[in-house]
Ligand binder design. Structure first.
Ligand SMILES: [Zn+2]
Ligand SMILES: [Zn+2]
Length: 226
C-alpha cells in the first residue's frame, strides 16, 4: 500500500531536489557536490569556524563549555535551502540526507561519542513544525555512529533565538536547557543541532550536559552561519 501510494504521489508531485528544485532525487548529484563543506584542517579546533586552523578570537574571548565543535558545511545554498525545506516545509525525507552529511563530517571523531543528544526544540516550535526536527537528525546520526540517542535535555523556556543579536542570544540561552531528572550520561557525549550561529545555544546545551554528569562534550551541526 505504501509503495503504491508513493508511486502515485511521485507521479502527481515528483520529488524535487532540495537544492535546485529540479525533479529527480531529494538531493541531486550536482547539488551534493556543490555543498559548501567545511574543511576540518582549516577550521578553529574549538568551535569549527572555518577561518583558519588556529583557535578563533571568539573562542579565545569566551571559552565554550564544549571541548570541540564541527559543522558539515557553511550555511549557503544549496544547504540552506535543504535545511529550510526540511524544518519549515516539513520535508522529513531529508532527515537521513542531512543526518548523513553531519555523520560524515564527524568521521574524524569515530569511536569518540558514547551517546548523541539533540539540542531540544521548544514545545511551541515542535507544535508549529509538527515534529522535532533536531531529534530526528540526532537519531539518524546516532544510528550511523552506532551509539544511543538520549533524550537528555528539555527546554527551560528560552525565547526564539532567530530575532536576537549576538549578546542577546548568549543571555537568552544561558539557562535555556535542563537535564531530565534521573538521567545517567556516559562520559563522552556528542550534542547536535541543525544550525550553529554564534555557538551560544550549543554552548548552553553542553554546559547543561556537563552539569548533568557528562565528563566531556563535543558538538556538531549540519551548517554554520554567520
Ligand atoms: Zn539539485
Ligand atoms: Zn572558535
Amino acid at each position: 500500500m505504501g509503495l503504491v501510494l508513493d508511486a502515485v504521489l511521485e507521479a502527481i508531485l515528483p520529488t524535487r531536489c532540495a537544492g535546485c528544485d529540479l525533479p529527480g532525487g531529494l538531493l541531486c548529484d550536482r547539488c551534493a557536490n556543490a555543498l559548501p563543506r567545511i574543511e576540518h584542517a582549516w577550521a578553529c579546533p574549538r568551535c569549527g569556524a572555518p577561518f583558519g586552523y588556529l583557535t578563533c578570537t571568539e573562542c579565545w574571548t569566551s571559552e565554550p563549555a564544549f571541548e570541540a565543535g564541527t559543522c558539515a558545511g557553511a550555511l549557503g545554498p544549496p544547504l540552506s535551502r535543504a535545511i529550510t525545506l526540511y524544518k519549515d516545509s516539513g520535508e522529513r525525507r531529508l532527515a537521513p540526507v542531512l543526518g548523513d552529511l553531519l555523520a560524515a563530517s564527524l568521521q574524524p571523531w569515530d569511536g569518540w561519542p558514547q551517546a548523541v543528544v539533540a539540542v531540544p526544540a521548544s514545545a511551541e516550535a515542535v507544535r508549529r513544525r509538527g515534529f522535532d526536527h533536531t531529534a530526528l537528525i540526532a537519531a539518524h546520526v546516532a544510528t550511523r555512529l552506532g551509539v544511543p540517542r538520549l533524550d537528555a535535555l528539555g527546554c527551560a523556556g528560552a525565547r526564539d533565538q532567530r530575532a536576537l543579536g549576538r549578546l542577546a542570544r548568549a543571555v537568552n540561552v544561558a539557562d535555556a536547557f535542563v537535564a531530565r531528572p534521573g538521567l545517567v550520561l556516559p562520559p563522552r557525549v556528542l550534542c547536535v543541532d541543525d544550525v550553529m550561529t554564534t555557538g551560544s545555544t550549543l554552548d548552553a546545551a553542553a554546559a547543561s550536559l556537563l552539569a548533568a554528569g557528562a565528563e566531556r562534550v563535543r558538538v556538531g551541526a549540519i551548517a554554520r552561519a554567520w
